[in-house]
Write a protein that binds this ligand. Structure first.
Ligand SMILES: [Zn+2]
Length: 261
């Protein structure tokens, strides 16, 4: 264990476990109160906390939690142009996250399977070359609440066939499915856009990014081949809004090519 890891780092980690996401703007006040509590004779003011202080504290916590597969990541909302530290959100993620492990504590097995079907709808069935949206209307999501058996109609399978085999057994009633979607919104997993589309939040993309790539992308594909889950070339974050470019990507695109000849 890093000898500099102390009670202030533990307090910061506890704050992350309590809130999951913390915007950069909240960290100076948080860190100053943690430092002041640790050393009341020498109060620290929010203005005393600089970005390098934040980076150093997060790095120490990350070194301590890495063996447990946790990491605090600095991410930006994909629809924000800025990739500045001051506009970032810090999210604590379980690096081995998949929807089952993330949701199993709050939802029952049939509800988790419903969420998985909504993700399949978002990233597979309704996300194809020429229609890259990665978002669904709530009414479309509710349509996969019910899994019809193979006699009654089309069997809805998850992409790798995982877990849906129970047919009608894993169907949800409409009000139960509505409650699941509502809780996912309240807990910051799903966002509802003004145009009425549900998409994954910045937190969900940070938590599930690696899993999304594993499940929905073709590992055999060529580098320039179309893939369901895309990563921004500028900031390396997963992007589900294809036509939108962050400032780093914009800078890359406007950088003139050098003629080295
Ligand atoms: Zn970007």
């Amino acid at each position: 264990m890093d000898p500099s890891y102390n009670s202030t780092h533990r307090a910061l980690l506890q704050a992350f476990f309590a809130h999951t996401t913390l915007p950069t703007a909240h960290l100076p006040a948080l860190l100053s109160s943690i430092h002041t509590a640790a050393d009341p004779d020498r109060p620290t003011l929010p203005a005393d906390i600089t970005q390098p202080d934040i980076d150093a504290s997060i790095a120490s916590v990350n070194a301590a939690i890495a063996p447990f597969d946790y990491e605090i990541r600095c991410v930006h909302h994909q629809s924000s142009m800025s990739r500045a530290d001051s506009e970032a959100t810090y999210v604590i993620v379980n690096c081995t996250s998949d929807p089952s492990t993330q949701l199993a504590t709050r939802f029952n097995a049939d509800e988790v399977k419903f969420v998985r079907r909504v993700l399949d709808l978002m990233f597979d069935k309704m996300n194809f070359e020429g229609r890259e949206v990665c978002a669904v209307r709530p009414s479309e999501a509710l349509r996969v609440a019910k899994v019809r058996d193979s006699v009654g109609g089309t069997q809805i399978e998850t992409l790798n066939g995982e877990g849906v085999g129970g047919g009608v057994a894993s169907s949800l009633k409409l009000d139960q499915a509505e409650r699941v979607l509502e809780e996912l919104k309240q807990e910051g997993w799903l966002e509802l856009s003004e145009a009425g589309f549900l998409s994954l939040s910045v937190r969900a993309l940070a938590e599930l990014g690696r899993w999304l790539v594993e499940v929905y992308n073709d590992p055999e594909a060529e580098e320039d081949e179309w893939q369901r889950i895309k990563t921004c070339e500028g900031c390396k974050q997963i992007v589900t809004i294809v036509s939108f470019h962050c400032e780093r990507r914009e800078q890359q695109q406007t950088t003139p090519c050098y003629d080295t000849g």
